[in-house]
Ligand binder design. Sequence first.
Ligand code: URA
Length: 197
Amino acid sequence: PAAAEPATAVTPDLAALERECRECRRCGLAEGRQTVVVSRGDPAARLMVIGEGPGAQEDASGRPFVGRAGQLLDQMLASVGLDSERDAYVCNVVKCRPPDNRRPTPQEIAACAPWLAAQIAAVDPPVVLLAGATALEGVLGIKGGISRLRGRWHPWQGRWVMPVFHPSYLLRNPSREKGSPKWLTWQDLQEVRRRLE
Ligand code: URA
């Protein structure tokens, strides 16, 4: 698993590594980006939320999960009593926007992995929420199976890791009926909330 490798290339000091990350040119995504989208939220939080990569609004603002998907994520976290700025450190598997919001390639994920590994090491969260299949792959190294693996705790590096559906997927599947992806995700987030208690 890419992010499971200890980060030797970057310093464990979060502020320094975030500064360094903003200068990154380790892959081709550096060409098309406006900003390097490193993080938002509280590095002292016990919850880390990891998404796929920046979209247009994230690329423009430099902040992860601020577009429609991010707003839904915030709402859903709020519905279980979690504030994404105060109770979480939020970041992505890749820090630069892929063209046309395509999924990052395995090479781009690998190039960015030392940054993510360093963020995880520096923030040291006991609980990690993986939003979507790319985060599941980028952190746990598991390809596919988000429908099967979501909602279950995965012990990893002394942390509790919970994969959930990506909020973009929930935007396309807005039903809240019992058993729907959104309903399931709400159950998952309640479970996360309980784990943080
Ligand atoms: N989707 C993601 O996975 N991350 C973001 O930051 C925004 C949208």
